[in-house]
Write a protein that binds this ligand. Structure first.
Ligand code: C5P
Length: 231
């Protein structure tokens, strides 16, 4: 599971890492936090023992994306998002940059961590609808471009898995029963997302905005554990 650190600063982020690092294992740093705190915070989260999912949804010319992804690889991030709308050349450049950045860095973080994985973002989970044709095309493009994984909403898993088999399936828009959907339009419970084939669940406000975050996290961990045990 990945916890979305959608908070404004280092103090709030590191508090979540300390509190939930053991339960979640993967910490997602998105635009807000990365713009506020930059690569130093990413290094600190890696040093604290969590894997980092750097969710910047890169979308620019291939050369720019390749160089940015190279820097992410050197930081020791595990997952990096590339927006598939950027096209095949851009996705391939990003995936290559990430791999080469990690390989060249020789940094302790890059050397000790798992192989980095470029994730192709298909359609945002805040979009109410995603046409199956667009989803399938974007998933196939990500796979052909060298992405090791995909980000998609739970209802899209079937189409995406058929179009791009074998990739790591990362699923945001997770809401335990009764939790508010917020701005997300295509949501699923943790158990339903796992049953539909998700490999990594991305959990944000269901924990971080809960009245009792610790209890919310414990409930999700229990639901996931039961689903994985086949209960
Ligand atoms: O708070 P919530 O659980 O909705 O957070 C979901 C997280 O996943 C956010 O950080 C959002 O940026 C991210 N995300 C998403 N949809 C995607 C890709 C990433 O919601 N397709």
């Amino acid at each position: 599971m990945a916890l979305a650190l959608d908070v404004p600063d280092r103090t709030a982020a590191m508090a979540l890492v300390d509190r939930f690092g053991a339960d979640f294992g993967v910490m997602k740093v998105g635009l807000e936090l990365f713009i506020a705190e930059g690569p130093a915070l990413v290094r600190d989260i890696v040093a604290a023992g969590s894997r980092v999912f750097l969710d910047l949804k890169l979308h620019d010319i291939p050369n720019t994306v390749e160089h940015a992804a190279r820097r992410a690889g050197a930081l020791g991030v595990w997952l990096l998002t590339l927006h598939t709308q950027g096209g095949a050349d851009m996705v391939a450049a990003g995936a290559r940059g990430l791999r080469e950045g990690a390989a060249e860095a020789g940094s302790a973080a890059a050397a000790q961590g798992p192989e980095p994985v470029a994730l192709g973002v298909t359609v945002l989970t805040s979009d109410a609808e995603a046409s199956p044709g667009v989803l399938a095309d974007r998933a196939a493009l990500a796979r052909e471009g060298g992405c090791g994984g995909l980000v998609c909403a739970a209802p899209d898993l079937e189409v995406v898995s058929a179009a791009a088999p074998g990739l790591l399936r990362v699923v945001p828009g997770i809401r335990p029963t009764g939790a508010s959907a917020g701005d997300q339009r295509r949501v699923a419970t943790p158990a339903a997302a796992l049953a539909a084939g998700a490999d990594v669940l991305v959990i944000g406000r269901a924990v971080t905005a809960a009245p009792d975050p610790q209890a919310a996290a414990a409930g999700i961990v229990a639901e996931v554990t039961a689903e994985l045990a086949g209960d």
